[in-house]
Ligand binder design. Sequence first.
Ligand code: 5AD
Ligand code: SF4
Length: 477
Amino acid sequence: MIELQLQDKTHDESRQGEALVVEKPKTSNGRKLYIESYGCQMNFADSEIVASILMDQGFETTGNYFDADVVFINTCSIRDNAEQRVRNRLKQFESVKKSKPGMVVGVLGCMAERLKAKFLEEEHLVDVVVGPDAYRDLPQLIGRVDEGAKAVNVLLSREETYADISPVRLNSNGITAFISIMRGCDNMCSFCVVPFTRGRERSRDPFSIVAEARDLFEKGYKEVTLLGQNVDSYKWSAKGEEAAATDADKVDFAQLLAMVAEVSPELRVRFSTSHPKDITDEVLYTMGRHDNICKYIHLPVQSGNSRILELMNRTYDREWYMNRVDAIRRILPECGISTDIITGFCSETEAEHQDTLSMMDYVKYDFAYNFIYSERPGTLAARKLTDDIPEDIKKRRLSEIMDKQREHSHYQLQKMVGRTVRVLIEGFSRKSEQDYCGRSDQNAMVVFPVEPHLTPGTYADILVERCTTATLIGRSI
Ligand code: 5AD
Ligand code: SF4
């Protein structure tokens, strides 16, 4: 059983490089596929779509690339170190390919989209380069490689959402699952490569989303996380986005959340990622109206300083962000909030860094993902601004942010001691089969002793007795 101990649902370090496990197709073509994934949960979800497309062609999946006829690596470009990781991994595949000349090596995802055919020149072992919107073309592209050619498809689409493809949930615990609700991103944050690698934003048909949630629930799943780069700007219309005649033809994110929540009160609903400029009070009220929508919001701030936010092209300022946090605290007093912070962005002064620290004091985040700014080729910041903060200063600022976050995470967990939390039991804890673990509504990891009446996939009320720096510890009542 796979267990996610980290709180991040978007960039889970423990899953980086995870491979899909063994599954047999209905009719086999005798070939085996290995896929390894990096980056955000969208990428992991995409790998399950890729597996579904190729299993329909008769491929069997394998968890061991030595056994595979086709080896895919689904890549991330968000920071330079994410790309370096992939390059190093390709070197390891190279030695296997030398002993298996017929093996097809493919690069998928964001790096494929960013580097396009250049990948074939830079990494000679690569046979096929496929961007995130071209996965339906994979069988044809593999066919071309079988005939001795190299193949590239990095066309981005304005429509593709893979709505009709049911992902094969290969690495699932059978209890929690991700559902992609949209693709691409129309925000132009100056630091970010995503709009270039994943294309224009498009929303998936809400009825296919609800059908997927219902199907998961019928199969025994108890929690779904709705995924998108910016879920709050989800919008769909029966007649195409612009042309919807009346409001009745349109579905926005608040309405979608309610539709998924109504599948069953026993199905928990989470979502990620929210954008401070787009999260509406209506989304917060919808969360408040449904007990099964978890009270947890990932709301990346990036910086606490208005001048830096403007240079980042985030389209909100410090006051706007604080106002959104105030709305969350007012409408959903128990809601957990997490964030992403980039430190050492172009021209960031010491006083501006202090503004980020004071924003952290204001919100007291439950959790934060903190990054050093990494210049990405082709982005607005790379073209217009200078990456001028020395590495040692970036690192010192990062460690100040991390120290503060540790205090705040502990403060938030400490507040729960003595209270009872509802937990969806996910399985044994990482450390011991004497303990179960699961998450609270606010996304805190909770560990408690196994008892005969408790089963994974059911809910338990846990009295929190103490906490560590990242976990609540208690017992069932
Ligand atoms: N450098 C550092 N961090 C980045 N992120 C996005 N682009 C960069 C970059 N160029 C961070 C942001 C985003 C998270 C997914 O990754 O904080 O919210
Ligand atoms: Fe996900 Fe962004 Fe990395 Fe692409 S670049 S895999 S969208 S985090």
